[in-house]
Design a protein around this ligand. Structure first.
Ligand code: ZN
Length: 125
């Protein structure tokens, strides 16, 4: 499941988008609301969102907790040849790459497939 980090907290893709700007919405941290739109900077009710196109396949970068240890808070990323975070065209491509690199499907459950284009800038700690 792809998602984003908001202030260090993992938010999975909700399969819903904002009615107003059509960008993905995320689970709200605010009791009383269901979703939040980072683009509109607003918390939303259920009737303010609509279903995401099922063919929506965001580009992702891949991270895991340092050394694969779940309790580590720091993240390490899959890098490309220039030591930049490697961008995959979608999650399936990232999974194929990881499996080819020797990870198994259980390892993949502990990976974060980050929809980096939607991630708030201040959350990249
Ligand atoms: Zn919006």
């Amino acid at each position: 499941m792809s998602g984003i980090f908001i202030n260090g907290d993992w938010h999975e893709n909700t399969d819903m988008i904002c009615c107003r700007c059509k960008l993905p919405v995320w689970e709200s941290n605010n009791p009383g609301y269901t979703y939040q739109c980072l683009n509109c900077d607003e918390d939303l009710y259920v009737h303010e969102v609509e279903e995401q196109d099922p063919h929506y396949l965001p580009k992702v970068i891949v991270a895991r907790r340092v050394d694969g240890i779940i309790i580590n808070t720091a993240l390490e990323y899959v890098l490309d040849d220039s030591n930049e975070k490697r961008v995959f065209i979608n999650q399936a491509a990232a999974e194929a790459f990881l499996l080819g690199a020797g990870f198994n499907s259980e390892d993949l459950e502990h990976m974060y497939f980050i929809e980096f284009e939607h991630e708030p800038k201040e959350a990249t700690t």
